[in-house]
Design a protein around this ligand. Structure first.
Ligand code: HPA
Length: 234
């Protein structure tokens, strides 16, 4: 057990999917895994372990934002031995070529300041996805009927942005979407020799103002979970 994860050591699999929303962890575990059991409910941040095609998998909520994700990812990696961590979450679309419901595989994650920023001082570290996971996810997505984009995303610290000029610069530099967690996950994976990827569903669009209706979210999020699972075990 750790401060934030009430599981026993053997309760967490080496492969962990991390949605921001703990209820999405419950839904994904109950929908896609077999032999599912609840392994964490500290602070309501639900975590489940089960199997997918016989492979052990944990689906653990990360909460919203890099400080929250950093707590769970640190404990999963350092205390529970997680080796492959895949964020499954939503993002806001930032390019005209990206539509609501599309999937984005985040090759890089630009950030203005993750919890790790103080380590790097004047250096701009470039958080990037694990190549083997990214390649496998792109192949898995190619087998499905879902438009998929591979490229850079922006991990922001704010949802209600007081600095719209930052988003404008991201759009100008070809960033595909904005979310709030991946850059810290990629940085921790680099530090501890793990594999990480963010598979994201576009839930809203910053340029068009369009948003995915709640009744259509489940189907779109399902594609993302299956792409993540197929990539993890390819
Ligand atoms: N901004 C930040 N994070 C998000 C967004 C957004 O528009 N949509 C989904 N996650």
């Amino acid at each position: 057990m750790t401060i934030h994860i009430g599981a026993e050591k053997g309760d967490i699999a080496e492969t962990v999917l991390m949605p921001g929303d703990p209820y999405r962890a419950k839904w994904a575990a109950e929908t896609f895994l077999q032999e599912v059991r609840l392994v964490n409910e500290v602070r309501g941040m639900l975590g489940y372990t089960g199997t997918w095609n016989g492979n052990p998998v944990t689906i653990q909520g990360s909460g919203m934002g890099m400080p929250s994700l950093s707590i769970y990812a640190n404990e999963l990696i350092r205390d529970f031995g997680a080796k492959t961590l895949i964020r499954i979450g939503s993002c806001g679309g930032m390019q005209k070529s990206v539509a609501v419901r599309d999937v984005i595989l985040a090759m890089t994650a630009t950030t203005a300041g993750s919890p790790s920023a103080s380590i790097f001082k004047e250096v701009n570290f470039a958080p990037c996805a694990d190549w083997s996971l990214l390649k496998a996810a792109a192949e898995a997505a190619g087998q499905r009927d879902v438009a998929t984009h591979v490229g850079g995303i922006y991990s922001s610290d704010t949802f209600y942005d007081e600095r719209p000029d930052l988003n404008e610069q991201m759009v100008r530099h070809g960033i595909l979407g904005v979310e709030m967690e991946a850059a810290e996950l990629y940085t921790l994976a680099a530090r501890y020799g793990c594999r990480a990827l963010a598979v994201l569903t576009v839930s809203d669009h910053l340029l068009t103002g369009e948003a995915l209706p709640s009744d259509q979210r489940e189907r779109s999020f399902g594609d993302m979970v299956e792409i993540a699972l197929e990539a993890a075990f390819s």
